[in-house]
Design a protein around this ligand. Structure first.
Ligand code: MN
Length: 233
């Protein structure tokens, strides 16, 4: 059974590491063994833990510190956790070294883009546009807007459809796409909502939350099935 490591979330008010249960359930539904990583910034310990994993999910959460992409923090930026950024960077570096498959979700996509040299909109409504309402947190499991998958992309192949409805629980998004990444899906307002490596390595990064849709939408379940297949190689 593939072991899937989940990058840890952090509750600053309570000084607790935590995890949205949908990630845990989605891995279990797909036939994997979820492993919630501890919130520790220790390279050796993280390496030891990831050596026991077959795949990694970079989970959602707080905004990435704009310093990571060379910008000043604007008032429209949300709360940040530089400690979490540092832990996630270590997890990404180690997972790449180990050639673990990575499914990056929401903040996971954002920090992966920063890791590879891209930048973010600190707030979509302020810096990109208000045509679509992306921070639709009040309907976490419901259809918020359409997603159009890029023809010929690996993501399109995994999803098995040209377009589908998705949820939308984000107020930030990719601005400058990292050079090593290719676009894989767009929202109807033109916002980039998925990317994948140009070199074909097993990484899919998406802006919506398939872990909250997979019980209802088979095409979103396909993302976790893909991760299990890659993790089993
Ligand atoms: Mn969206």
């Amino acid at each position: 059974m593939p072991v899937i490591a989940l990058s840890p979330m952090w509750d600053d008010d309570k000084a607790r590491s935590c995890m949205s249960h949908d990630y845990v359930a989605a891995v279990e539904h797909a036939g994997g063994a979820p492993m919630i990583l501890p919130f520790i910034n220790n390279e050796n310990a993280l390496r030891e833990l990831l050596s026991r994993a077959d795949g990694l999910i970079l989970t959602g959460g707080a905004d990435v510190d704009p310093a990571r992409y060379g910008e000043e923090m604007q008032s429209c930026c949300g709360s940040i956790s530089p400690e979490r950024d540092s832990i996630d960077y270590k997890l990404i570096r180690i997972a790449l070294e180990m050639k673990l498959p990575i499914l990056a979700i929401c903040r996971g996509m954002q920090i992966l883009n920063c890791y590879f040299g891209g930048t973010l909109y600190q707030d979509i409504g302020e810096q990109y546009g208000k045509e679509l309402f992306h921070p639709n947190y009040s309907i976490p499991r419901s259809d918020a807007h359409m997603m159009k998958y890029v023809t010929g992309s690996h993501l399109r192949e995994v999803i098995g459809q040209d377009e589908s409805w998705v949820n939308s629980r984000h107020h930030q998004a990719v601005k400058k796409l990292a050079d090593c990444m290719a676009p894989a899906a767009y929202a109807p307002d033109g916002l980039l909502e998925a990317m994948e490596p140009k070199d074909g390595s097993p990484i899919l990064a998406i802006q919506w939350h398939p872990e909250s849709l997979e019980e209802r939408l088979p095409e979103q379940k396909n993302l976790f099935a893909w991760l299990m297949r890659e993790a089993g190689k």
